[in-house]
Design a protein around this ligand. Structure first.
Ligand code: SF4
Length: 255
């Protein structure tokens, strides 16, 4: 298992899926299933069918608003069949022309970036998460594609977290892990989290990590997390401190 394809969750943010802006919550999934349906027309022994799938999908999707106009959205990212990811317990999403699926060494050359770029790219978070502690934490706590991928590829959030506490240490304390989960839930409520691509670059413009994290979570304040906790500046600060290991765990639930 990798950060891109974990036990319960898939990423794929670098394929640009979150760069598309949808009007309704289910529209992204609908689009992905539509891709899969049309992908059935592809026959790998007929190159023209692969080229025509890509051209038609790009045309169909060009009217969907892009959060970042410069970031390409790859139509080969879609739901994988059970037989293509047999070890997965939950539905998997990924590259439908990955060589491990097609059995063809160069099948990703039909993508915009080409096989060598697709296969050699690892986002900064994946590169830094050497022991997979962060990706496994997300896999356990945020299974599925939507939340896992938005957190896994969020370079700004990961960079701020690492300054508070190295994510390789998150299994050291239950309380720290609970605080990390709270901050992740807050991050998912922000606008920036909805459009991550993994290409965002963290700028060192904050005097301290607390300030940086509070900035990244600012527009979550006043909302409720998906597990029903309210988000306030005080609760964020408390959990930042708790994540460093400098605070008691007992007060966490009260925030
Ligand atoms: S954004 Fe990172 S973790 Fe996600 S699919 Fe791309 S390389 Fe893998």
């Amino acid at each position: 298992m990798t950060a891109c394809q974990n036990q319960n969750a898939s990423c794929g943010s670098c394929c640009g899926i979150h760069n598309l802006v949808f009007n309704s919550p289910g529209a992204k999934l609908e689009l992905l299933h539509e891709r899969r349906l049309e992908f059935q027309s592809v026959n790998f022994s007929e190159i023209s069918t692969i080229v025509s799938y890509r051209t038609l999908r790009e045309k169909k999707e060009e009217s969907i608003f892009r959060f970042d106009r410069e970031t390409y959205v790859c139509p080969f990212f879609g739901p994988l069949e059970k037989s293509e990811a047999p070890e997965r317990q939950k539905p998997a999403f990924g590259c439908m022309i990955h060589p491990s699926i097609t059995g063809l060494e160069n099948s990703q050359n039909f993508s915009f970036y080409g096989g060598s770029i697709c296969q050699s790219y690892d986002c900064p978070n994946k590169e830094k998460d050497i022991e997979s502690m962060y990706s496994d934490f997300l896999d356990q706590n945020f299974p599925g594609m939507e939340e896992y991928s938005r957190l896994m590829a969020d370079t700004l959030f990961f960079s701020a977290l690492e300054k508070i506490r190295r994510t390789s240490e998150i299994n050291l304390s239950e309380s720290a892990a609970a605080s990390l989960k709270y901050l992740c839930c807050c991050r998912l409520l922000t606008d920036a989290s909805r459009h991550v691509t993994s290409f965002e670059i963290a700028k060192d413009r904050f005097e301290n990590p607390d300030q940086e994290m509070k900035f990244l979570l600012a527009d979550a304040i006043g909302k409720n997390t998906s597990d029903g906790r309210s988000v306030s500046a005080e609760a964020i600060l408390f959990n930042i401190k708790n994540l460093t290991g400098n605070d008691s765990s007992s007060a966490f639930e009260e925030q």
